[in-house]
Write a protein that binds this ligand. Structure first.
Ligand code: NAD
Ligand code: 3PG
Length: 399
């Protein structure tokens, strides 16, 4: 079974994958255009920010699992994977501390203009007067959009700096906000209106694309700081450029519209060239600690899949299927028993959607739970029960 790792991955963890009996192909510099061909005979594909488009799922017939060695799965055509029955999983939380550290770094850098300080001295210019205009973070209000794993790590660190933290998150209620030591804003515009700095930690989904809209950006007070370590597409980039150009907003951005997928490339970001913006190279997750944790989690996911078929952190298994009934068949653990039960179900024109068979001690008997898209009638249950030398009992529950 082949595992293709199509992005950077710590060498020390490649041996762990080989120890699972897998043929590991590590191609960190694989051009995106060649991914579909390279993955053709792979059962498992591991990627960081490399795009995995529908073409990969159409070509790679052996592919069963794609692991996003990171958090955001927006780079993978998850819907195309689902249509082909390919599991997609990620490594949630494993790089959250690293991203939170960069977020605080960008906040401090913006407040004290650290990159410009450094650049001026490199150019032989002393400007203590000009660079003394910082406001300071202590006592200021930090707004957090998206109080997921990274948002919570940022909140904890911001409180350490003496900041007041207010958050908006889709399922945040007052009790949870209190438990997390933050205040709750009712919506993104109210959040923006009341903060000195806004940090964005929303996953990119169809519902969050452009969520930091022109209206939200305009609600930020003049001179506010904005840090985006999530995804560029969550923010209205045209409105953002206007606000920064007008000197109304200063921005720290780790993520950029149209940024390259790989480690080195020619890239120009209009935003990052503006004096009011500091751009970093999508390095939020790129600490040794985070990459080691991500690699260990990737190995755990692949090991679980190879050994048991279970996929930890799977993001595309249906939360609700069209199943209307659950048939529980206790049966003898013999050749052909399940095929015969399924044959009866097929003959009744019912679709078996999920099947889970559990074998009991001594492997004499087993219990099979079959989710059906339609409840079987009594006649069908009787036909299954009538197989007395194969079936112990058959009961149906509506779901
Ligand atoms: N700069 C980097 O290197 C870097 C590293 C890791 C993650 N990220 C980005 O940060 C994002 C957040 O990471 P995380 O680990 O905190 O993830 P998370 O899943 O813990 O949090 C995601 C947040 O997005 C919100 N969200 C998700 N779907 C939503 C929807 N439909 N509507 C409204 N809100 C929605 C959730 O409520 C939650 O607040 C990732 O999705 C990724 O894009 C960037
Ligand atoms: O979603 C993530 O985990 C980050 O964006 C990190 O991306 P990377 O693995 O390409 O650094």
């Amino acid at each position: 079974m082949k595992v293709l790792i199509a992005d950077a991955f710590p060498k020390s963890r490649l041996a762990d994958l080989e120890a699972l009996g897998l043929a590991v192909e590590h191609r960190p510099d694989l051009p995106a255009a060649e991914l579909a061909d390279a993955a053709r005979d792979a059962a498992v594909l591991v990627v960081r920010s490399k795009q995995v488009p529908a073409a990969v799922f159409e070509r790679a017939r052996a592919l069963s699992l794609v692991v996003r060695a990171g958090a955001g799965v927006n780079t993978i055509d998850v819907a195309a994977a689902s249509r082909r029955g390919v599991y997609v999983s990620n490594c949630p939380g494993q790089n959250a501390v690293a991203v939170a550290e960069l977020t605080l770094g960008l906040l401090l850098a913006l407040d004290r203009r650290i990159p410009d300080n450094v650049a001026a001295l490199r150019e032989g210019r002393w400007d203590k007067k000009g660079f003394s205009a910082a406001r300071g973070l202590f006592g200021r209000t930090l707004g957090i959009a998206g109080l997921g794993t990274i948002g919570r790590e940022v909140a904890a660190r911001a409180r350490g700096f003496g900041m007041r933290v207010v958050a908006w998150s889709r399922s945040l209620d007052d009790a949870r906000a209190k438990a997390l030591g933050v205040e709750r804003a009712p919506d993104l515009v109210s959040l923006a209106r009341g903060c000195d700095a806004l940090s964005i930690h929303l996953a990119l989904k169809p519902e969050t694309r452009g969520a930091i809209s022109r209206e939200v950006l305009e609600a930020l007070p003049a001179g506010a700081l904005l840090v985006n370590t999530a995804r560029a597409e969550v923010v209205d980039q045209a409105a953002l450029l206007e606000r920064v150009r007008a000197g109304r907003l200063r921005v720290g951005a780790d993520v950029h519209a149209g940024e390259p997928e790989g480690g080195k490339a020619e890239f120009r970001s209009e935003l990052a060239t503006l004096p009011g913006a500091y751009g970093t190279h999508h390095i939020g997750a790129s600490t040794e600690q985070a990459q080691e944790a991500i690699a260990a989690e990737t190995v755990r996911i692949v090991a679980s899949f190879v050994r048991t078929g279970a996929v930890p952190n799977c993001v595309n298994v249906a939360k609700r299927t069209p199943a209307r009934a659950r048939l529980v068949v206790r049966h003898y653990d013999k050749v052909g028993v399940l095929a015969n039960v399924l044959g009866e179900i097929r003959n009744a024109g019912i679709n078996a959607q999920q099947i889970e068979n559990t074998v009991f001690d001594e492997a004499v008997a087993a219990s099979c739970v079959i989710a059906l898209d339609e409840a079987p009638d009594e006649a069908l249950l009787e036909r299954i029960r009538a197989r007395a030398d194969e079936v112990v009992s058959a009961e149906c529950f509506l779901v």
